[in-house]
Structure formats: C-alpha cells, structure tokens
Design a protein around this ligand. Sequence first.
Ligand code: AMP
Length: 212
Amino acid sequence: MILVLIGAPGAGKGTQADLLVATQGWHKISTGDALRKQIAKRTAVGLEAEGYVKAGRLVPDAVLWGVLQEELQAHAGAKILLDGFPRNIQQAEALQALPALFAVRAVAHLDVPEEDLYERLVGRRVCQGCGASYHVHKRPPQSEHSCDHCGGALLLRSDDQPEKIKVRLAIYEADTKPVLDFYKRCGLYHRIDGRGDTEAVAAQLSAFAASF
Ligand code: AMP
C-alpha cells in the first residue's frame, strides 16, 4: 500500500516524510534521493539523470521508472510513503496501473503558498553526510557549516540556486499541479496545511497517516 506525499519544491515533503517514518514505521521512497544516490555512484541511470537534476528539470519517465520499480519491489508489502513521485499525469497513471500490492490508498498534499516556497529553498542547507536538512533562519544548525547529527558539511543543493528554483517552481505549476486534480477525481486527495511550523504540519499529517 502506498501513501503519496505531494507538494511543491520547498513544501517540506522530505522533512515530513522522515518524521512519519520515525513515528509510524512507514518506509520512505524518495525518487529525488534515489536519483541523487545513482548520480553519486556514477551508474548509467545516474549519468543520464544528472543533467536534468542539476538543472532542476524532470528526469524523463523512462529513466526514472526503473529506479522506482526497483525500490518498490524491494519493499513490497511494506507501508510505503512515496515522496517526489508522481510529478506529472503520465507518472500518476503509471502508478495507478501497478498491481494491488502497490495500490495508492491516499494522497496527502502539503499545501504551501507559492510566495513562501522560494525563501524556504534558498535558505535550505543539506548535510553531505547524512542528508539532514536545515534552514539558515528557521532551523539553523548549532554550528553554521556542520551537521548537528554527524558533523558532515552543510551545503546548498545545486538545484536550490535561485535560477534553478524558478525552473522547478514553474515545472511544478505546469506538470505537477494537474496531478492534484487527477487524485481529486480518484477520491484520494487530502489537503494538509503546510504553512505552520514543522511540528504543526507533522501533527496534521500523522493524524491522517495513522488511519492507514
Ligand atoms: P526532489 O529531491 O524531490 O526535489 O527531486 C530532485 C530532482 O530529482 C528533481 O528536481 C528532478 O530533477 C528529479 N526527480 C525527482 N523525482 C522525480 C520525478 N518523479 N520525475 C522526474 N524527475 C524527478
């Protein structure tokens, strides 16, 4: 069974997914994380995906689909929390066509106003060691350049540079927003107000996810 977590870049999907994994035993599959791993390992898929990820563009479905299927098969039967997929209608349709083991039970939309997203993304710093995420103003690390958990270096993601952010937000508007309507038509859509602090959003999401 799958719970899809959907939201614009900067809406807090990764942070909220990690909290849900820690509190409710979901298994998170993040297509962004999976692609970044493939890129770091210099696999064939990673090399194909790299230019798209760095530019903030969507990786072609044919490249991504194999990566996703491998992750899904490895966790068949688990309660899967899907972060970052689907991002367009074709991906949503492909997901709906999977066997019942991977049925989408619900879709949680982390809804954050567009004007807040840019500020969240330019201030984001990610640990190169463990992947923990910080924000220079809202969730600063104890020491400016190193991770509180593992001491790893904190860097701006290459696709969190201002011009890349604009591309990613435009793609979200054009390609991913129609996916929300798709799931409304399927009766699977549930809105989560993503504007509050991390804990307030987590409380809403965990109450919703606990019913599955
Ligand atoms: P994320 O960490 O979810 O922001 O994803 C980072 C990048 O990975 C995106 O900007 C895309 O380049 C790529 N990516 C992640 N998920 C998908 C997807 N479902 N379809 C196409 N590209 C994706």
